[in-house]
Design a protein around this ligand. Structure first.
Ligand SMILES: [Zn+2]
Length: 58
């Protein structure tokens, strides 16, 4: 799995793909060498679960 990160440099803004194991690490932009913090963009926190959802029966 890969994650998409965007260079924070306003003059660059290059999108890059980094491997999943680089999550929470810092990578360098391929173009401007700006340090980019790789966040957990691949797993957005969903809405909070409220109770147990009943299983629909057929
Ligand atoms: Zn850059």
């Amino acid at each position: 799995m890969v994650l998409a990160v965007q260079c924070p440099n306003a003059k660059c803004r290059k999108f890059m793909l980094v491997e999943d194991h680089d999550r929470n690490k810092v990578v360098s932009c391929l173009l401007c060498k700006t340090a980019i913090k790789v966040g957990g963009g691949g797993s957005p926190s969903g809405p909070p679960k409220s109770g147990v959802r009943p299983i629909p029966k057929k």
